[in-house]
Design a protein around this ligand. Sequence first.
Ligand code: ATP
Ligand code: MG
Length: 232
Amino acid sequence: MSKLRQPKRQETKAVSLITMADKSSPVSEQYRTIRTNIQYAMVDRELKTLVVTSSGPGEGKSTSSANIAIVFANAGQKVLLVDADMRKPTIAKTFAVSNTRGLSSLLSNRNTSLEQVVQPVGIDNLSVITSGPKPPNPSELLGSVKMNQLIKDLKREYDLVIFDMPPVVTVTDAQIVASKADGTMLVVRENVSKKDSMLKAKTLLQMVNANVIGVIYNGAKNASDQGYYYGN
Ligand SMILES: Nc1ncnc2c1ncn2[C@@H]1O[C@H](COP(=O)(O)OP(=O)(O)OP(=O)(O)O)[C@@H](O)[C@H]1O
Ligand SMILES: [Mg+2]
């Protein structure tokens, strides 16, 4: 019998924090432009909770939400980034923090408190809540009364709370949280996002009266294309 084992499949991957690694790169500048556009969207109405989602998988939701969180924190806002993608979480790996407790623990376990799950990440003004252990029922947890209460509590504590979500078209999680959040950003990735799927995403978000404040165009051809923002 061979003693060689297949390496355990990595469940999730870290995403690139370009806004931390190279603040003067064109991509970081694009994220700051996105920040400015979101700030403009905030002028008319309160925008404290922001969902980041996209139509399908692998379009750059986690990359965009993490980098947007960093540029807002750099601007002096008290920011919390929440890994609400309990199916394919990335935040623990990206920021190299523990995932033994996180959002799933908070929503399913009465004994877990907010203080136990909020973690600093070594960036001023930025904290995260990781996904926590994978629950069997992410949609039910996100749709629970406890989640509503959590959002209320977080709005009191932070200037901006960003939720990294799964794709809209495959599961209902993003729809659920978008219906409770002040704003939603849709990520579109060049050569990956499909038109039909994008239209379906738009319809699904409209159905729950989500406030879609803009689209992030995540270009793939060259770095200077990445992170364009088109507000509405
Ligand atoms: N503009 C880009 N150019 C090259 N690679 C990119 C770009 N945007 C994202 N990626 C890479 O593509 C992969 C998917 O990105 P990311 O995890 O941010 O997407 P996602 O929408 O959160 O995916 P999922 O649906 O799995 O949650 C990652 O490996 C990321 O580093
Ligand atoms: Mg993701």
